[in-house]
Design a protein around this ligand. Structure first.
Ligand code: AMP
Length: 104
């Protein structure tokens, strides 16, 4: 089980910004910008390399949630979205998550 699944299951605390059936959004514990959120699917998928055709809607949902959260937090003028892929790509938690960063 990943640390993000433990957060989803409320086994460890986190600052939850948004949640629905499929996705949770939390504040990054070690923020790299004024706003640094993680948009995480509840389904455990280790890396972007592991997504299957059946996951495409879920991946799209991550971006849909990202833009809604950006709007609600008043950072929609500009923000950055990225995935780290693989250890060499800087991925530490093997449960895909979309980073949202803004310095507004
Ligand atoms: P990555 O390097 O792309 O795997 O990103 C993992 C991110 O998760 C990092 O930015 C960490 O700061 C963040 N992180 C790790 N543990 C926690 C936690 N318990 N709560 C919130 N964010 C976390």
């Amino acid at each position: 089980m990943t640390i993000f699944t433990k957060i989803i299951n409320r086994e460890i605390p986190s600052e939850i910004i948004f949640e629905n059936e499929k996705v949770i959004v939390i504040k990054d514990i070690n923020p790299q910008a004024k706003t640094h959120l993680l948009i995480i699917p509840k389904k455990e998928i280790p890396t972007i390399n592991d997504i299957q055709e059946e996951d495409t809607e879920l991946i799209a949902e991550l971006f849909f949630v990202a833009k809604n959260v950006a709007k609600n937090l008043w950072v929609s003028d500009w923000y950055k979205l990225h995935f780290n892929v693989g250890e060499k790509g800087g991925q530490e938690v093997m449960h895909i998550h979309l980073h949202l960063l803004s310095n507004i």
